[in-house]
Design a binder for this molecule. Structure first.
Ligand code: NG1
Length: 490
């Protein structure tokens, strides 16, 4: 039996002891704010966390496993229901930035319309709402009064969007007294979040729902969603992770045609090309290429990745752009698919903007990164693993993200460099990149030193007007936290 979404009646089942006082205050304040906003008693509270990805960037949508962990930063939704109507009134604790919205259920056929051409905060709620109502095919969902509070910085690479979508889906299930397993909730949230117009993978929603306190999570997607809890190595001194947000807002939605969605297209084109030249059935993801090509192989996983990488490099033709990538016409010739068909197949639902498609660089990144995830997982489970082994893998991942996948940015590079000079064993971007957060592996006894070095050498120089409060919010030390849950202790 798949495990159900848990309910906790005490905050210490969710948060680290050091955070309890602050969280207690936050929950109490929210319940009060809910009652003031909606003029009724709160009936339920749900939460779903953000995540930091330790390793495995931009490979979830290629079908390869990734290794994130949930963090304490989360989205909480306080709610109450009514049988009088089917309206949804969704307020935010930060009503200046996120004004209250109302919408109504449009009936079984439609459920609710999401205008993905607009950057609108309530769209993320609608994704969760739509996903759940479509799954359960309700005739008359309950009317909802909701208050949302998020501590995951938006556009910070810590999956604020997935935390919000997962919490929203869980709020709708809870309000309508439905039963759902953690895996179902994850799968629905993955599909639902695509309604906002980003062709996202499934890492964030998996980490947000399926994580357990004190463990990182190895998430695999093929042949079906599967997660394993990864214990973090017991080193002496103890290891610690620091997350530093570069404060460069990376809005995936706005830049998707040039960044995120383009990368998805490039990796798919590369997969189709490799399946063709390696005489495999035509497939759409590099993971399928890998699985088909090594169906009967006795090589271990890391050997397979290295073998496929060298085969792939041999197979790609040289481009006419000095290594900048292929033009659409070149891709069309390589795949033997007309430019019109390519547009139709890859660039209609999620449009892209580019002159060149960098299939070689993207393939190199994806295959080497997927291999690093396997090595990182093994190192976490080995009794003699060292911080250096884990750190080297994280550093190699950052180099590959910067040079081959081109999803870093100068601020990320700078923070990583400062961190490595100040006792970080491994430093890398986390999440989609192009801004957002970085993650650093260090020891518990070096946390204060590392945080202070990044504050002085990065934040105070790049953002001279930054306040102490903003600084404390931008850089945090974090521990692996549990996934989505209901909170009943109020
Ligand atoms: P962010 O932007 O950090 O939430 C995105 C995707 C992930 C994954 C990473 C890159 C969404 C919701 N998330 O993460 O699935 O592809 O980029 O590894 O689009």
């Amino acid at each position: 039996m798949a495990s159900p979404v848990p309910s906790f009646d005490s905050l210490d089942q969710i948060y680290d002891p050091t955070a309890l006082a602050k969280q207690g205050e936050r929950y109490n304040k929210l319940i009060e704010q809910f009652e003031n906003t909606h003029g009724r008693k709160a009936e339920f509270v749900v939460r779903s966390p953000g995540r930091v990805n330790l390793i495995g960037e931009h490979i979830d949508y290629c079908g390869f496993g990734v290794l994130p962990m949930a963090i304490e930063r989360d989205v909480i939704i306080v709610g109450a229901t009514t049988e009088d109507d089917t309206k949804v009134r969704v307020a935010n604790s930060n009503s200046t930035k996120y004004p209250t919205r109302e919408f109504d259920y449009e009936g079984k056929e439609k459920v609710v319309t999401i205008d993905s051409s607009m950057l609108e905060w309530s769209n993320y709620f609608k994704c969760g709402y739509k996903g759940m109502l479509e799954k359960f095919q309700l005739d008359k969902p309950k009317g909802l009064f909701l208050l949302v509070d998020g501590t995951v910085p938006a556009g910070g690479g810590l999956s604020s969007s997935a935390a919000f979508v997962c919490a929203s889906a869980l709020a709708v299930v809870t309000a309508n007294e439905l039963t759902i397993s953690k895996t179902e909730l994850t799968e629905i949230a993955i599909v639902a979040e695509r309604n906002v117009g980003v062709n996202s993978g499934g890492m964030d929603q998996s980490a947000s729902v399926l994580s357990e306190k004190d463990y990182a999570l190895h998430v695999e997607f093929v042949p079906k969603l599967h997660t394993s809890l990864v214990p973090l190595p017991k080193t002496s001194p103890k290891l610690a992770f620091i997350i530093a947000n570069t404060l460069v807002t990376a809005d995936k939605f706005v830049t998707a045609p040039r960044n995120y969605n383009l990368r998805v297209v490039e990796t798919r084109m590369a997969a189709l090309y490799l399946s063709k030249v390696l005489n495999l059935p035509s497939v759409d993801s590099l993971k399928e290429v890998y699985d088909l090509y090594y169906k009967d192989s006795t090589l271990n996983e890391v050997e397979k990745f290295s073998d496929l990488l060298s085969k792939a490099i041999e197979q790609f033709p040289s481009d006419n752009t000095n290594g900048n990538g292929y033009t659409l016409q070149e891709v069309s010739d390589m795949l033997d698919i007309s430019v019109n068909e390519l547009n139709e197949k890859y660039m209609t639902r999620f449009p892209v903007e580019t002159d060149y498609f960098r299939l070689v660089q993207r393939t190199k990144h994806v295959l080497s990164e997927a291999s690093r995830v396997i090595e990182f997982h093994k190192a976490c489970e080995s009794s003699d693993s060292s911080l250096k082994v884990l750190g080297d893998l994280m550093n190699a991942s950052q180099d590959s993200c910067r040079d081959l996948f081109m999803c870093s940015c100068p601020e990320i590079d700078q923070v990583c460099e400062i961190a490595r000079k100040n006792g970080s064993f491994g430093s890398r971007l986390s999440g989609a990149g192009w801004g957002g957060s970085t993650v650093h592996l260090t020891t518990e006894d070096n946390v204060a030193n590392l945080i202070s070095a990044i504050k002085n050498d990065f934040y105070r120089k790049v953002y001279p007007n930054i306040t102490e409060e903003e600084l404390d919010d931008a850089i945090i030390s974090t521990k692996p936290c549990g996934g989505a849950a209901r909170f009943t202790g109020f």
